[in-house]
Write a protein that binds this ligand. Structure first.
Ligand code: GLP
Length: 236
């Protein structure tokens, strides 16, 4: 585990983008696992800049996103599909059909989740998984629980997560209470994991996740067992 402390959000974003760019340069047809939330926005902006400067080519890249709110259609401005299109995909030359975000409106979410995991496996697995972290230690939408769940599955969001994410919606009532999320299986099977955390609100989650015991009540703590984990933190 490599924990890098940086002194600004800008530095965090540049370093994270450099690591992702290196992955794409070394393996142009790589599989990237991507994340949403406010933290990766700067990372995506740096990747777009590198693409515009001619330093990065996404034409052979495939992406799989971590999660999606249940019930939000892809054109809903708060859906994670909309976020990814708006913050990355529409600004680089990734082929739209090679980008995957879980379908929050799947008729049979359980079967859909298994098919999503299978699609990742068939592509050869994730080369580099980007993660944020929730204030309560969640990764993707794997909330604190009594056990780690392996497959892509649906979850009830914790009240603390709904509170934390209400800033993106007009009112708390509009925040979906359920989501579909990649489980720990595909995340832990990723060849490399890069977790980014910004701001004092993430300090406790980072301490518990990487300096405390491994337990499902702190979902990110399982990453301590990952053989190639980099954490970039700006916690001031
Ligand atoms: C959501 C996402 C997570 C993300 C978290 C933190 O809950 N499902 O993938 O890590 O928010 O978001 P932020 O970066 O805005 O703090």
């Amino acid at each position: 585990m490599n924990i890098i402390h940086v002194s600004s959000y800008e530095e965090l974003s540049r370093k994270a983008a450099d690591i992702i760019a290196a992955q794409v340069i070394l393996k142009p047809d790589c599989i990237l696992g991507l994340a949403t939330g406010s933290t990766p926005i700067g990372t995506y902006q740096n990747l777009i800049k590198k693409y515009q400067q001619g330093d990065l080519d996404f034409s052979k890249v495939t992406t799989f996103n971590l999660d999606e709110y249940l019930g939000l259609t892809p054109d809903h401005p708060q859906s994670y599909r909309y976020f990814m299109n708006d913050n990355l995909f529409y600004h680089v030359n990734v082929h739209p059909e090679c980008t995957h975000v879980p379908d929050g409106c799947a008729a049979d979410p359980k079967a859909y989740g298994l098919a999503y995991d299978q699609a990742i496996l068939e592509q050869g697995g994730i080369d580099l998984q980007l993660l944020g972290i929730g204030n309560n230690g969640h990764i993707a939408f794997n909330e604190p629980a009594d056990e780690f769940v392996k497959e892509t599955h649906t979850v009830e969001l914790k009240q603390s997560t709904i509170e934390a994410n209400k800033r993106f919606f007009e009112s708390i009532e509009q925040v979906p209470t359920k989501a579909i999320t990649m489980g720990m299986g595909s995340i832990m099977k990723a060849k490399k994991v890069l977790l980014i955390a910004d701001g004092p609100a993430k300090k406790e989650a980072i301490e518990k996740a990487f300096y405390g015991p491994i337990c499902p009540q702190v979902p990110a703590s399982i990453l301590q067992l990952h053989p190639d984990l980099t954490v970039i933190c700006h916690l001031d």
